[in-house]
Design a protein around this ligand. Structure first.
Ligand code: HEM
Length: 430
């Protein structure tokens, strides 16, 4: 699986017997017990583990919900109500799944921003990053289809608005967009047929995500983890075994995350949802203000910022797909923003841009919101197409420590000339 050899030694006869036939324990020990982890990882690195927990929690709670849910236009809304009121622990499991989707997105956005800040997408971690982008796309599709399932007003109208976007392709080739839209619907309108196929795909996709996560972690264990300095592990003192060190830190991070998660589930389970979704779907009544879930709002703002329908759809998809090219758009030889003064400013402005777009996405499509959506849409793309390529060429990075160990313990053993600016973190294989 990776360059790291497992030093697993079975302690029992049964363990030895298995090890000679199917060395699963050896593999797990090598990858998750004695795997060398940089000694300086901070709490931003606990989000990979938190995300793994979120995925498993969504699958487990989802399977239980599917035992009681009815994927039909007539039964869906009432079946969710039935789960919350009558099913044993339904009051807990249904909000865990609904709030869990939001928590999953909070975690994945922090995970992505962490990657952008510390340059974790740079060589040799490009494939790991691109797999992450595919996971994000699959998560978005899963969440979108999941939101349709309670068949409330916002479910129905959200599906109607978003699936209708494909009809913009009619302006490319007459009939193409309408054809795709009707194929997605399974008819000439959003109906119970649409709901049923969304349920089927909503059940399937998390397992696709699971497969992608296995590849993601495999790619991570081939390249090894990045760290706050962006330097590679060069000596034994730069790393610690994953267990107990990184595992203990992950456990603390997960525990803190669970407190927030539990607070939402137990104290305000419906806060992150929309009031209109407590009214059953009605194709004859359009809600005054159709908005997606909070985690799609920045993309929704980009969609509406572009005056042409097709242009908006292209900009929205481009805003996610542009992430694929980040490893090649960034020209810097230094990975971590810690040592990149200009990039650090660009990064925080980018975070602000995403939050602003999220807020604007929740506002009606009128002035001054449209103007500001256009402004921040330009700022969003400028981060990728201007800041990433240009800053790497013009900025002078700060002095880097000689090693991960030195960044933690300070200069050890004295002496030694510091490395030339930018040298040590230059990704070796580009
Ligand atoms: C279900 C979603 C995901 C899961 C379960 C997951 C899991 C993990 C885990 C366990 C790690 C190692 C621990 C850590 O560095 O935090 C990791 C690292 C990483 N992930 Fe993800 N991930 C997910 C989504 C994503 C996405 C959407 C991206 C980017 C678009 C991404 C990019 C990365 C990168 C670049 C690393 C290496 C970080 C480093 O070593 O500095 N991941 N992921």
């Amino acid at each position: 699986m990776s360059a790291h050899e497992s030093n697993y030694t079975p302690t029992s006869r049964v363990g030895k017997w298995f090890d000679e036939r199917l060395p699963v324990a050896r593999l797990m020990h090598g990858q998750f017990v004695d795997f060398p982890t940089p000694r300086n990882l901070n709490y931003a690195w606990t989000f990979g583990g938190i995300l793994t927990f979120c995925l498993v929690a969504q699958i487990v709670t989802g399977i239980v919900l599917a035992m009681h849910y009815q994927p039909s236009a007539e039964g869906a809304f009432a079946s969710v109500d039935h789960i919350r009121r009558d099913v044993n622990f339904g009051w807990l499991i249904q909000p865990m799944h609904a709030v869990g989707a939001s928590m999953f997105f909070i975690a994945v956005y922090i995970h992505i921003f962490r990657g952008l800040y510390y340059g974790s997408y740079k060589a040799p971690r490009e494939v790991l990053w691109i797999l992450g982008v595919f996971i994000l796309l699959a998560m978005m599709a899963t969440a979108f289809m999941g939101y349709a399932l309670p068949w409330g007003q916002m479910s129905f109208w959200g599906v109607t608005v978003i699936t209708n976007l494909f009809s913009a392709l009619d302006s490319v080739w007459a009939g193409l967009g309408t054809g795709i839209t009707e194929w997605l619907w399974g008819g000439y309108a959003v109906t119970g047929v649409t709901l049923n196929r969304f349920f089927s795909l909503h059940y399937l996709l998390p397992f696709v995500i699971f497969g992608l996560v296995v590849l993601h972690i495999w790619a991570l264990h081939v390249a090894g983890q990045n760290n706050p300095t962006g330097l590679d592990i060069k000596s034994k003192s730069d790393s610690v075994p994953m267990y107990p060190f990184a595992v203990a830190k992950d456990a603390v991070g997960l525990f803190a995350f669970l407190i927030v998660f539990a607070w939402f589930v137990l104290v305000m389970p419906d806060y992150l949802g929309h009031a209109d979704n407590f009214t059953p779907a009605n194709p004859l009544v359009t809600p005054p203000h159709i908005v997606p879930e909070w985690y799609f709002l920045p993309f929704y703002a980009i969609l509406r910022a572009v005056p042409s329908k097709l242009g908006g759809v292209i900009a929205m998809f481009a805003s996610v797909l542009i992430l694929v090219f980040v490893p090649w758009l960034d020209t810097s030889r230094v990975r971590s923003a810690k040592y990149r003064p200009y990039y650090k400013i660009a990064f925080w402005f980018f975070v602000f841009t995403c939050v602003a777009l999220g807020w604007l996405g929740s506002k009606p499509a009128e002035q001054p919101y449209v103007f500001w959506s256009q402004f921040f849409t330009i700022a969003y793309f400028a981060f990728f197409l201007v800041a990433l390529p240009v800053l790497g060429l013009i900025e002078t990075p700060k002095q880097l420590p000689r090693s991960i160990t030195e960044s933690v313990l300070g200069k050890v053993g004295g002496g030694g000339t510091p490395l030339p600016v930018g040298a040590a973190a230059a990704p070796e294989k580009r």
